[in-house]
Design a protein around this ligand. Sequence first.
Ligand code: OGA
Ligand code: MN
Length: 298
Amino acid sequence: MTVYPVTENFAAEIGDVDLSKPLSDADRTEIETAFNHYSVLVFPDQHLSTDQHLDFARNFGPLETTIHAARSDAKLRVRAEIADVSNLSQDDQIWGKESRKRMFEMGNRMWHTDSSFRRLPAKASLLYGRSIPPVGGQTEFADMRAAYDALPADMKLRLRALVAEHAIMYSRKKLGFTDFSDEENQTLPPVPQALVRKHAGSGRIGLYLASHAGRIFGMTEEEGKALLQQLIDHATQRQFIYTHRWRLHDLVMWDNRCTMHRGKGYDDLRWPRDMQRATVSDVAPTCEQEGLAAPAAA
Ligand code: OGA
Ligand code: MN
């Protein structure tokens, strides 16, 4: 296995390893070490069945089930352990312009980190490109540890005590999407998340932000939203970004604890883009990890 840095501290390509086979202990350790230093690992030219994709992801912790399983009437195109990030409907055809899935997935165009709307958010995401469009559809990643490092000292101090409230309804509402069932509203309530986190694998500190964040505890809605927007603007400046331009059969693994990402547009009514994501859960709620009291829902 070979680790080729793409940037000094944020992205690396991992070559000479076949992820369809069980990992040796040495390879797993090397991947974990690279993952803790960089935040985005690109494994090119992988040929994986769904089982192999999920088995590889399980090396890093327990898997999430898709948010769409929160609807008992959901008809999934793929297994419940896979987040279907494609533009395909259940019958593998390109989605309709007005389809609910298309409107919902538009949320991925906004900067976010996966599953920050869950009490136990995601640690790692492993997105696999089964088919990709010829133009567009890149994924951008923002380095939240570098963004934190670049803040003024008084700001760092102030932010470390803060807790934000995240919900899937908050990010979707920003785009005008409100089509949630009572069942979804009940199973996906807003949750508290630390605004700043110490990254378990490296000890470095990072901002923890997402489009899912809707308010900050102890602040008025306006003040909290303004601060969140200011921080997202700061963290997504050019110098903190790596853009991944997909090749067929790339598997990209990123660290949701210290990054944000967003998908770029493409002609999604013309080209199939079959991206499937396995998602590894974090070990504990973020307030618990930071030793912050988690406020009750606002
Ligand atoms: C994701 C996601 C963006 C993209 O898989 O979690 O946000 O480019 N993907 O598909
Ligand atoms: Mn995502």
